[in-house]
Write a protein of this length. Structure first.
Length: 409
């Protein structure tokens, strides 16, 4: 009797929007070591803040839903316990803040006599805390009443680009992502503002966007959805002057468009009309952020800011060694929100871009599987800022930062 042989396992490679697309575009080789080699970065401060602010907003929303706590929230009483909880969750995963970013956790620390009353004004002003407070009190109060679901996992499948049955690993690949927030609204409510939306800053921004209005008029009386994403960073420049620098403005748009395609494949989805990105560092910019904002305002590299003349003067008169200028809330709010209109043509372009990134990753992976050396299979190319924070700069042949001063102790 001939025993049947087990068929070859069928595996569809999975790619995530943030973990793969954004990370691969930053630097192919760094992506290979960090994601495929599962080597976590040694100083993941940027990642810490991103995860911290997402966690704080998610937890704040749950708290608001349960207790309907009125805004503005008190930092010490309402916000600090949430920060503490998220900080501890991140510590378990090996992610720690810098001292200047956050007061260290006081919960569950046996050798620690500190209580919440030991916190002072200085701790409140630490960067991550100040941003968390502004994010909740400025955007939370407008956003939370609009939320339909949060942290929504979306998945989809696409044909493998440049599929070759003798070379490719699979004929399909999977895309996944997590939508921070999904809001659902009725167009009639938006037009007549019968919701309690008259004072809603988010609706106000949407209503003054002409592309958004045009899209609304195409939809008739349907319900629709808006995808919302938080970013723990400043508003990126609208164009990049150095081709080595990743065009974050464009990749964030592609991310929203790809999310909207993935969401549209889910059964209960309503038409997705737009996406909103909140750039939360804009609410409390660091000195490093201010240097970049100043440069972008003066070189026509940003789409929001120049209309606030007094804020522009304050920024132009500010030097790095000075105290941060007191910018107006209007300036900070306008810079922290970006509306991205969703349309089929641009969504298709974003998906093709994702396909081409997957194709490049697959090509490098297959080269490596066939025995090619890692540094030859994956392109190493990034800007000076990324290279100087990269853990692999000491042995990467193409890094933009000279490491001749590096000494082994
Ligand atoms: S040093 Fe620069 S080019 Fe090399 S892997 Fe790191 S980010 Fe990429």
């Amino acid at each position: 009797m001939k025993l049947p042989t087990r068929s070859k396992s069928y595996m569809i490679p999975e790619y995530s929007l943030t973990g793969d697309l954004l990370s691969f575009l930053t630097c192919n080789l760094q992506y290979r070591y960090q994601n495929k080699g599962t080597l976590p970065p040694s100083k993941p401060v940027q990642r810490w803040f991103g995860e911290f602010i997402h966690g704080v907003l998610e937890e704040a929303f749950i708290e608001w839903k349960e207790n309907n706590t009125e805004f503005p929230w008190d930092w010490k009483e309402d916000i600090r316990p949430i920060e503490d909880l998220i900080d501890l969750r991140l510590q378990v995963r090996g992610l720690y803040p810098h001292d200047e970013d956050l007061f260290y956790s006081i919960l569950n620390q046996p050798d620690n006599d500190l209580t919440i009353d030991d916190l002072n004004e200085h701790d409140h002003k630490k960067l991550a805390s100040a941003r968390a407070e502004k994010a909740i009190n400025i955007w939370g109060k407008h956003l939370f009443p609009l939320i339909d679901s949060s942290e929504l996992l979306i998945k989809g499948i696409r044909q493998m680009p440049n599929y070759d049955k003798n070379k490719s690993r699979s004929n399909y690949y999977g895309i996944n992502g997590v939508v921070d927030v999904l809001t659902s609204m009725k167009i009639n409510d938006l037009e007549q503002t019968t919701l309690d939306t008259f004072d809603n800053e988010i609706i106000r921004f949407l209503k003054k966007d002409p592309d958004f209005q045009k899209r609304v008029s195409e939809f008739g009386e349907e319900d629709y959805e808006i995808i919302i994403d938080y970013k723990g960073m400043k508003r990126p420049p609208v164009k990049v002057t150095n081709e080595k620098i990743e065009d974050k403005w464009e990749t964030h748009k592609q991310q929203i468009l790809t999310y909207s395609w993935l969401r549209s494949k889910q059964e209960e989805a309503k038409p997705i009309i737009a996406g909103i990105i909140f750039y939360l560092n804009e609410l409390v910019p660091s000195k490093e952020d201010l240097v970049l904002i100043k440069d972008e305002l003066n070189n026509d590299l940003t789409d929001v800011g120049l209309e606030f003349e007094s804020d522009v003067d304050l920024i132009n008169n500010w030097e790095e060694e000075d105290k941060a200028p007191e910018l107006s809330d209007e300036f900070k709010i306008a810079r922290s929100i970006r509306v991205i209109n969703v349309n089929d043509e641009e969504t298709n372009t974003a998906l093709l871009k994702f396909d081409s990134v997957v194709s490049n990753i697959e090509e490098s992976l297959i080269k490596e599987m066939k025995g090619c050396k890692i540094q030859e299979a994956w392109k190493a190319d990034s800007d000076e800022r990324t290279c100087s924070a990269c853990d692999f700069k000491t042995f990467c042949k193409n890094n933009s930062v000279k490491t001749k001063d590096f000494k082994i102790p």
